[in-house]
Design a protein. Sequence first.
Length: 208
Amino acid sequence: MVTRVRPYGREASIVDGLSEGVAASLRAQVIADCTAAELTVIDVVPAASTLVVTHRERDGELVRRVLGALHVSSTAVNVRHEDLVEIPVRYDGDDLTEVATACSLSIEQVIALHSNADYQVAFCGFAPGFAYLTGLPKELRLARRSSPRPRVAAGSVAIAADYSAVYPRESPGGWHLIGSTTTSLWDTHRDPPALLQPGTRVRFVSVS
């Protein structure tokens, strides 16, 4: 795996060329290594194949040395068992029947595949609390909808491409809606506000 460390503006550095899932698993290691080196890290933000570290401008070169010394394996580091979050889901989404047809599956098979999979938060984005979950079974992988909805309800459970996700609040969206949950993904009175953090393991539990 080819990786590269470089400046990302004056107060950030970026590691790119990472394999899927690796960025999230490196977040804790980056924070620990920078803390050990007495470097102030403002934030560590994983994405699909990159990791961005924001820091003081004067620490840039030292932070990049730490990043260059990271042990980057081709697969994500195992996450602690206690980082598992279970999300109850009613499989009542507007696109459930359409998804089953497109995947040549029954509705029951779609539900079984989605709820029996093990997911992990690869990165967060799009909206506060929106987590991109890897681990979607290949049988359920569909391109985004050709026509996005102007309004998707908060708590909608959806799939698109290689990911599954839960919409934390009402917003536009182009993913396929297969279910809903009452679990709050974003709460400003909670610390941290986001229920799902990069690296967190997730299971969807089917409820009636």
